[in-house]
Write a protein that binds this ligand. Structure first.
Ligand code: P6P
Length: 355
């Protein structure tokens, strides 16, 4: 009966978030409404990515409806921007695909009439407006060879809905309310944290619903895998080089770590979260701030890692304590199992002492 009960007790992502938000009496469901629009975007991208190969085939057969085959990342970006704006809960958007931040038109930032009534009637109801930073299709260069790619997002609360500025998104990652990614691979998996741990949901295409499949994900304290682009080794600084050397030639008699590098951040981070280990995209002489972007790659993945019991480090500080100066700022990142990241922090600390 338990299995039967389990099967009929569908824990969808919406129900799960409603349960979590229920702990915040002042919330009016704004976050749940915002999330449902992010989920809609992910469902669209999942279906488009799955057809990508076929679309090419159909394209060859001249069967497309005349519209030029839009690049999937551009199409995904348009879908997410429209879904987020139409949610009526966003004030500013930062997308990897848009050079400038998108300031949402005031009327679309939330139902002003309703807000005004709510403020007079019950002042404890906070007016929730959100900023969403996202990469609509990270790793999209991997689509043609079928490697998993993903959407990454981070959510801030707006400071003042009627006075929206870039400062609302140039906040440290510690101010993020929620973060997640959706991985489009053999299955479509959405991993989310709203600050109470990490949960994974898998899309059931027959229902069109994300169902809870990975409750309360915790990353192992130490892993057997390191994940880095060894092709950049000649440009690494000493602590990174020393760390990777130790992974390959451990001095304490422990077995060498395995190298797993997919080159698609969502796939590499998802494996790290589930299996443990460390993912690194360090600074190097060519790019002193590394390659990955703070607001929509480093912060969301660091937020998830900390919520799962791991940690994230930039080479200088706790990643979430960074304060971005520009919306497309980059940062080096070392994230994953707590003890593995401690090891590289020790190497950077001793380097700063030796100088
Ligand atoms: P490299 C993909 O282009 C991406 O932005 C991330 O998804 C991935 O982790 C990284 O770049 C791979 O970069 O330099 O190793 O090819």
């Amino acid at each position: 009966h338990a299995a039967e009960a389990q099967r009929t007790d569908l824990m969808t992502i919406t129900r799960h978030v409603l349960n979590e938000q229920g702990r915040h009496p002042e919330s009016r469901g704004d976050f749940t409404i915002l999330l449902s629009h992010i989920v809609l975007g992910c469902k669209f991208v999942a279906s488009a990515v799955n057809k990508a190969g076929l679309a090419k085939l159909i394209g060859l057969a001249g069967d497309t409806n005349g519209e030029e085959q839009k690049k999937l990342d551009v199409l995904s970006n348009e879908v997410f921007v429209k879904a987020l704006v139409s949610s009526g809960r966003t004030c500013v958007l930062v997308s990897e695909e848009n050079e400038e931040a998108i300031i949402v038109d005031a009327p679309l930032r939330g139902n002003h009439e309703f807000d005004k009534i709510m403020v007079t009637v019950s002042s404890h109801q906070k007016l929730h407006g959100y900023c969403v930073c996202f990469d609509p299709l990270d790793g999209s260069s991997n689509i043609d060879c079928g490697v998993s790619i993903g959407t990454i997002f981070g959510i801030y609360m707006i400071k003042d809905k009627d006075n929206v500025t870039l400062d609302d998104v140039l906040q440290p990652g510690t101010d993020m309310l929620a973060a997640g990614y959706c991985m489009y691979g053999s299955s479509c998996t959405l991993v989310l944290s709203t600050g109470n741990g990490v949960n994974g949901f898998t899309l059931d295409p027959s229902l069109g619903e994300f169902i809870l499949t990975h409750p309360n994900i915790k990353i192992p304290n130490r892993g057997k895998i390191y994940s880095v682009n060894e092709g950049n080794a000649k440009n690494w600084d000493a602590p990174t080089a020393k760390f990777v050397e130790k992974c390959k030639f451990p001095q304490d008699g422990s077995p060498s770590k395995s190298l797993r590098y997919i080159g698609s951040m969502v796939a590499d981070v998802h494996r790290t979260l589930l299996y443990g280990g460390i993912f690194l995209y360090p600074a190097d002489q060519k790019s002193p701030n590394g390659k990955l972007r703070v607001l929509y790659e480093v912060f969301p993945m660091s937020f998830l890692m900390e919520q799962a019991g791991g940690q994230a480090f930039t080479g200088k500080q706790r990643a979430l304590e960074l304060v971005p100066r520009k919306i497309h700022d980059r940062s080096p990142i070392f994230l994953g199992s707590y003890d593995d990241v401690e090891d590289i922090k020790a190497l950077y600390a001793s380097e700063s002492i030796i100088g």
